[in-house]
Design a protein around this ligand. Structure first.
Ligand code: SF4
Ligand code: SF4
Length: 481
């Protein structure tokens, strides 16, 4: 949608029956959008939120908790660290709960607050509106100038301005791609790669180059189409929202019948000298500011990302014409229809209850999660051997992971039966770095008399020092007598 189109044209275009998307012409070509930034109370708050989120995104891989980055998603080793707690491949259920909990959080948030994530928290919105578009305005000028230049022939000015803009975009995209990669490999590895030839780490180099290209393509070209065409979350709105969800909406009972008019006519209306019309003066400020090119006055639309720009734009108009703010505002479909607001309703109660169950389960599992992941198994081959002194030896395989943030060393003793002893194959005690998993083998040797019926439940105690120990049960085998 072009901001220089006349308001009448805008409404015609948007109400046209052939129109499929606000960003496409009827021929299916891209309709470039030049949204004007509306500075107002919501824009100021969104700006603060945006910079806090950007600072978090850049800072989280750098901040260390218990010696590890605040967030590290190490896909190669399938180890995921969140704020000091590392989850290992054996924590699949916990990770699944975190994933399901995150999905339900978004569902609850959407049912209560509509698309607040899209307008305030989504990286697509944050970076486009508060990083990339401001740079575009700074280098290429205001919307009407950019549109005229873009539609005109290539000139030296057009070339240098676009080159400068895309040069800065490329630098920012490179920076963002590196930060993004740091979430997966850690800042320490990344910074060491930066000082070495790409040939030494080709996989990560191409991942970084590809991510840079994607970011550049998205923010330099694709832009609002990510929200209106590609994003699956936008497609789910119709099932996640109901008539009580918070939305950004135009109030037709106040605004209609709309009519284009200036302060003179409005004064005559106020004096009762001409019939009064609705508060909407059909100025199209709300349309010109919309980053997805829609007209909020057409009702709730899938393309609306609830960015609140139309609220700020319309508030300025209302201030200018002496009408109360809020012709476009945060509300719900039911409130607009004159019904009372309802935050507590069956769907939100069910969603919140499910989320509460997930959170309690997660908290319980985390609180009872062992510091060591211990697995005992039997080595392949004969399950036991009879020793010359008549004792029975079972050869067992131990797999122990240190899930603490400290270096530890462990040994193993048999608690039950008392006459059994453990002999490590190789050195002991076994040392484990934080997060490290090691395999080892032991012989558990015990008198044949401790194996009535050829088997015996045993308790192995793993001592990690400083009074910390864990036990594991295992069945030892021997000859049937
Ligand atoms: S900005 Fe307000 S007054 Fe202007 S067209 Fe939009 S709703 Fe009407
Ligand atoms: S209609 Fe308003 S809230 Fe929705 S995307 Fe456009 S400007 Fe943002």
């Amino acid at each position: 949608m072009s901001e220089s189109a006349r308001p009448g044209e805008l409404v015609e275009i948007l109400e046209s029956p052939e129109e499929v998307l606000s960003t496409l012409t009827v021929e299916g070509k891209r309709r470039w959008i030049y949204p004007i930034r509306s500075k107002g109370r919501f824009d100021r708050r969104r700006l603060i939120v945006a910079w806090v989120l950007i600072a978090l995104f850049v800072g989280l891989p750098l901040i260390k908790i218990n010696g590890k980055p605040a967030i590290l998603l190490h896909l190669a080793t399938r180890e995921f660290t969140f704020f000091g707690t590392t989850f290992y491949p054996t924590d699949t259920f916990l990770l699944l709960l975190i994933l399901v909990g995150s999905v339900f959080s978004i569902i609850v948030l959407t049912a209560l607050l509509g698309r607040v994530w899209c307008g305030w928290g989504c990286p697509q919105t944050v970076y486009l509106e508060y990083v990339f578009r401001p740079i575009e305005r700074w280098i290429e000028g205001p919307e009407h100038v950019r549109k005229r230049r873009n539609e005109g022939p290539w000139t030296f000015e057009k070339v240098w301005r676009k080159s400068a803009r895309f040069g800065i975009y490329l630098a920012i995209s490179l920076g963002l791609a590196h930060v993004f990669l740091a979430y997966f490999v850690g800042w320490d590895d990344l910074s060491s790669w930066l000082t070495r030839s790409p040939l030494e780490h080709t996989g990560s180099f191409f991942t970084m180059a590809f991510t840079t290209g994607l970011i550049l393509f998205d923010f330099g070209y694709f832009r609002e189409q990510m929200c209106t065409i590609t994003c699956p979350y936008a497609r789910m709105q119709s099932v996640l929202l109901d008539r009580d969800s918070l939305i950004v909406s135009y109030d037709p009972s106040r605004g209609e019948p709309r009519a284009k008019r200036g302060k003179k006519k409005l004064a005559l209306e106020a004096a009762g000298e001409i019939p009064a019309r609705g508060d909407c003066i059909d100025c199209a400020a709300c349309v010109r500011t919309c980053p997805t090119g829609i007209d909020i006055r057409d009702g709730l639309q899938m393309e609306c990302i609830a960015c609140t720009q139309c609220i700020d734009a319309c508030d300025v108009i209302m201030d200018n014409i002496g009408k109360p703010r809020g012709l476009i505002r945060y509300t719900s479909e039911n409130e607009i229809a004159g019904k009372p607001a309802r935050n507590v309703r069956p769907r939100t109660v069910i969603y919140v209850s499910i989320l509460a169950v997930i959170v309690v389960a997660l908290a319980t599992l985390l609180a009872t999660r062992s510091s060591f992941d211990i697995n005992v198994g039997r080595v392949t081959g004969a399950p036991f051997v009879e020793l010359p002194d008549g004792k029975i030896a079972n050869r067992l395989r131990l797999r122990v992971r240190n899930q603490t943030g400290e270096r530890v060393a462990y040994t193993v003793v048999v608690e039950d039966p008392a006459g059994a002893e453990v002999q490590f194959v190789g050195v002991s005690p076994i040392e484990l770095e934080p997060g490290e998993m090691k395999r080892s083998e032991v012989f558990v040797v015990l008198p044949a008399s401790d194996l009535p019926n050829g088997r015996r439940e045993t308790t192995l105690r793993f001592d990690f020092g400083e009074g910390v120990s864990e036990t594991a049960r295992y069945t030892l085998l021997g000859p049937q007598r």
